[in-house]
Design a protein around this ligand. Structure first.
Ligand code: G3P
Length: 217
C-alpha cells in the first residue's frame, strides 16, 4: 500500500519524507491556495519544490475544463518534472484527455470521483490513478468506504491496472479500513499518517521499560 501526503505544505511534506514511509504527494487548487501559493509561475515552481523533496509521484491538477485546454495544460505540467502526474477532473472532456495522455504514456490521476461508474470510466480511459473522495461522501451521510470496496471488486473482476487512490482521507481509521479493503494508495493529511503511531499501551509500556532499566543502572 502506497502512502501519499495530501498537502502543498513543504514542511509537512519534508516531515513525512523524513519518516521514511512517503511514496508521493497529492495537491489540488484548494491546498495550493491554503499555502498562499497563487499565480501560475509560483504554482509551477511549487510543484518543482515538492518534487525535489520526495522520490515518488506528485499529482498536479489542471484548471482547464475543456479537452484542448486540459491537454495543453497537462502537457506543460508533465514536462515540468518526471515525477509529475497530471490530475484531471472526472468530466467528459477530462476522460477524453486521460485517454490522450494514457496513449502517450503520461501518468494521470482522475480526481473528484464519487461513484463506481465514474471509476469504471476512468479505468477504461487508462487513468494511472483514480481518486474516490471518501471523506466528502461520509460528510453527506453516504459511505465512502463502500465505494472503495465497489471499485476494488470491479477493477479485480477485469484486471484493470488503474490504482485506487483513496482520497479525502480524514483520519487513521480511514487509512486502516482502506488497507483492509485493498486500496492501492491512500492520500492523507500528515496528522492521519502520524496518528498510526499512537497507542497508549506503547507509551505506558515504554515508560515502564525505561523506569525498570533505570532501577538497575
Ligand atoms: O485528495 C482530495 C482531498 O484533498 C480532498 O480532501 O478533506 O478536502 O475532502 P477534503
Amino acid at each position: 500500500m502506497k502512502f501519499f501526503i495530501d498537502t502543498a505544505n513543504l514542511d509537512q511534506i519534508r516531515e513525512a519524507q523524513d519518516l521514511g514511509v512517503l511514496d508521493g504527494v497529492t495537491t489540488n487548487p484548494s491546498l495550493m491556495a491554503k499555502e498562499g501559493i497563487t499565480g501560475t509561475n509560483n504554482i509551477l515552481k511549487h510543484y518543482i519544490n515538492i518534487c525535489d523533496i520526495v522520490d515518488g509521484d506528485v499529482s498536479a491538477e489542471v484548471i482547464a475544463t475543456d479537452y484542448e485546454g486540459i491537454v495543453k495544460e497537462g502537457t506543460a505540467l508533465a514536462e515540468l518534472h518526471p515525477q509529475i502526474v497530471v490530475k484531471i477532473p472526472m468530466i467528459k472532456d477530462g476522460i477524453k484527455a486521460i485517454k490522450y495522455f494514457s496513449d502517450r504514456g503520461v501518468k494521470t490521476n482522475c480526481t473528484l470521483v464519487f461513484s463506481a461508474g465514474q471509476a469504471l470510466l476512468a479505468a477504461k480511459a487508462g487513468a494511472t490513478y483514480v481518486s474516490p473522495f471518501i471523506g466528502r461522501l461520509d460528510d453527506i451521510s453516504s459511505d465512502g468506504l463502500t465505494l472503495i470496496e465497489d471499485i476494488r471488486l470491479i477493477y479485480d473482476n477485469y484486471g484493470f491496472e488503474t490504482e485506487i487512490l483513496a482520497a479525502s482521507v480524514r483520519h487513521t481509521m480511514h487509512i486502516m479500513q482502506c488497507a483492509k479493503i485493498g486500496a492501492d494508495v491512500i492520500t492523507a493529511p500528515l496528522s492521519a499518517i502520524v496518528g498510526l503511531l499512537k497507542h497508549p499501551l506503547t507509551d505506558s509500556g515504554l515508560a515502564q521499560f525505561l523506569a525498570d532499566y533505570k532501577k538497575g543502572n
